[in-house]
Design a protein around this ligand. Structure first.
Ligand SMILES: [Zn+2]
Length: 82
């Protein structure tokens, strides 16, 4: 396991949906603390996740939901990385 402080944005974003899905508080993640890009991305995702929770008020969101979030993360990453 790598030191999370030395993570690249790509590595972090690849794990992001999984971490959110596991109930991790990503706002305190070392990478988020030091990276404004991923902090903005996280804020956006939390908005999406919050909306999803209101649409699907279940304790364990279906896997398909996290797949959609992961896709959104990847698309976002492609847009912001130039
Ligand atoms: Zn980053």
């Amino acid at each position: 396991m790598q030191d999370p402080k030395n993570m690249t944005c790509e590595e972090f974003q690849a794990q992001m949906a999984e971490l959110i899905g596991s109930g991790e508080d990503l706002s305190v993640h070392p990478h988020v603390q030091t990276c404004t890009l991923c902090r903005a991305l996280l804020n956006e995702l939390e908005t999406i996740a919050e909306a999803a929770r209101q649409l699907f008020p279940v304790e364990d969101p279906p896997d398909t939901l996290w797949e959609k979030l992961e896709t959104a993360i990847k698309e976002e990453g492609n847009q912001t990385r130039s």
